[in-house]
Design a protein around this ligand. Sequence first.
Ligand code: ADP
Ligand code: ZN
Length: 209
Amino acid sequence: MRLMFVGPPGAGKGTQAVRIAARYGIPHISTGDMLREEIKNGTPLGQQAKAYIEAGELVPDDVIIGMVKERISRPDARDGFLLDGFPRTREQAEALDKFTSLDVVININVPDDKLIHRICGRRVCRQCGATYHESMLENLKQCPKCGGELYVRDDDKEEIVRQRIAVYKEKTQPLIEYYTKKGLLEDVVGSGGIDDITEAIVAVLENRK
Ligand code: ADP
Ligand code: ZN
């Protein structure tokens, strides 16, 4: 199954993507995670991407497209994958159409006021990449899954979050129409509990099989 998740920052795409990818045994391809890894490793790509990410802007299309194309060509993605955070612009969507096709696009909808609250309380594990909301944690410093150190992403500060939401509306939201026209779009309400949302996504996917 070739899946793509779309939705504003804070919609819970990453959380759901990890669960759905595990359930279907497909790789979770998150461009945000890939970029953060490049930054951590100090690669040329990471150096190029850093300033854009910290400003809440998109990394240039050619950089992202090359990175995803290489990732999708690896053997583990041959029978399917879950794209999380890509495509984010019309140019990226058109490029993707040239090297693969999608079976379904899940649009996770969450009201704006919830987005800011969710992102501003986000903690990420430095070791395993798991994400949490501070309200779910007993210990704000340590990952309950692996014991790794939890941190707040540099781009999760409120003013940067507002910028990311604005960029989403301008550049990424138009893709909803793009995929609706292709008959690929499925809406899932992303404001309930984490398990309920996972089940709603699974129900949609099973229905389309
Ligand atoms: P979120 O969905 O919560 O905004 P991500 O982890 O997906 O966070 O992305 C973080 C940042 O990485 C984005 O704000 C952007 O700067 C960059 N990025 C990720 N994916 C893309 C992409 N497909 N195109 C351009 N920039 C991207
Ligand atoms: Zn962890």
